[in-house]
Design a protein around this ligand. Structure first.
Ligand SMILES: Cc1ncc(COP(=O)(O)O)c(C=O)c1O
Length: 388
């Protein structure tokens, strides 16, 4: 770990010419496509590489870079965010264990925990983690993990990570934080006491909507060894080409995040003042219930905004159809602005009665602010809102 600034680390760490990047002095790490690596002697792998599932120089550079960005010791890169999550769940839990998870969670994470966790006898209880007092009554001797996503998806709720991880460690429970929405630029959960960070690098870290990937990051040597063992044993690795794209994305993360955030703030304010929104969800708004906690644990509020429009499904469709710059698409964190309806898209896998209970209805819209010119985004949204 070094104490250079985020942008410097994102550009230089794990890619020092002539040290990390090879004998020609490449200034970026090459894409190492070789599946296997020749040895001088049968017992010893040359430079620690033997077979590309186990270790690959391009992937290793990304893993080191991601660890540096999260100010942690170890990183592991997977084929997707969900592959990274599965690696954590399978390596860290066993039959009979219980998990406490945030109720406002990416639908795919919930599906993984519920549909597959239950097959292996892992029990999951969902709760609003923005209030840590909800946690204590749920802890049993079987509880082994608290799974947080903060800011959460789709309501941008904030979990107070210091408080939750302190409470968890008092009970010998691991705290996992999905840091996808904040990105390592705005939040470093390991530094706030969490044991494991997971990312969908598909989002802000990749940053250009052209590569699927995931990561597990930790300071703990034993956790690292267990997840790495699983990574090799199950094989859900990130490919060398995706590792290269993700490394490339990571280098501009600080520049992009600042613009994502500026645009998201302006979008949130526009929605509030438009008179067309029942509720606007953005941790950067003073009106957000955990704004002050977000300000303490994050260095910025991110690029995601959700809004409950004051209209019915037909009004929502008219609004969406009018937009020219916001593509109606799942995912987030790319340079281009995206918009989606969680009830019909990202959170469709959440059972309908649970969606109703959580308030994920057809008037709820989630926006991923891209890095286009702010005035163009605001004009486009205003045109859409005029249809309501
Ligand atoms: C917060 C969050 N975590 C995890 C994932 C899963 O990542 P992936 O799609 O890369 O598997 C997503 C995907 O949308 C997400 O939004």
């Amino acid at each position: 770990m070094n104490n250079r600034g985020f942008s410097t680390r994102s550009i230089h760490d794990a890619e020092k010419p002539l040290k990390d990047t090879g004998e020609y002095g490449d200034v970026v790490i090459p894409i190492h496509l070789s599946t296997t690596f020749a040895r001088k002697e049968p017992e010893t792998a040359t430079k620690g590489m033997d077979y590309s599932r186990t270790g690959n120089p391009t992937r290793q550079a990304l893993e080191r870079k991601l660890a540096s960005l999260e100010q942690a010791k170890h990183g592991l890169a997977f084929a997707s965010g969900l592959a990274a999550e599965a690696a954590v769940i399978i390596s860290m839990l066993k039959t009979g264990d219980a998990v406490i998870a945030g109720e406002d969670l990416y639908g795919g994470t919930r599906r993984l925990l519920v549909n597959f966790g239950s097959r292996f006898g892992i029990k999951v209880k969902f709760v609003d983690l923005s209030n840590p007092q909800n946690i204590n009554p749920l802890i049993t001797k079987e509880t082994k993990m608290i799974w947080c996503e903060t800011p959460s998806n789709p309501f941008l709720k904030i979990t107070p990570l210091r408080e939750v991880s302190r409470l968890a460690s008092e009970h010998n429970i691991l705290t996992v934080a999905d840091n996808t929405f904040a990105s390592p630029f705005f939040q470093n959960p390991i530094r706030l006491g969490c044991n494991i960070v997971v990312h969908s690098t598909t989002k802000y870290i990749g940053g250009h909507s052209d590569t699927i990937g995931g990561a597990v990051i930790t300071d703990n040597d034993e956790i690292f060894e267990s997840v790495k063992f699983f990574q090799n044993a199950a094989g859900g690795i990130m490919s060398p080409f995706d590792s290269y794209l993700t490394l490339r994305g990571a280098k501009t993360l600080s520049a992009r995040m600042s613009i994502h955030e500026r645009n998201a703030k302006s979008i949130a304010k526009l929605l509030v003042s438009s008179g067309k929104a029942k509720e606007v969800f953005y941790p950067g708004l003073d009106s957000h219930p955990l704004h002050s906690v977000a300000a303490q644990q994050m260095s910025g509020f991110g690029g995601m905004v959700s809004v409950r429009l004051n209209t019915d499904v037909k009004g929502v469709r008219r609004f969406l159809n009018k937009l020219e710059l916001f593509s109606l698409a799942e995912s987030l964190g790319g340079v281009e602005s995206l918009i989606e309806v969680p009830s019909m898209m990202t959170h469709l896998s959440v059972p309908p009665e649970e969606r109703r209970r959580l308030g994920i209805d057809d008037s709820l819209i989630r926006i991923s602010a891209g890095i286009e010119d702010e005035k163009d985004l605001l004009e486009d949204l205003s045109n859409g809102l005029a249809q309501i």
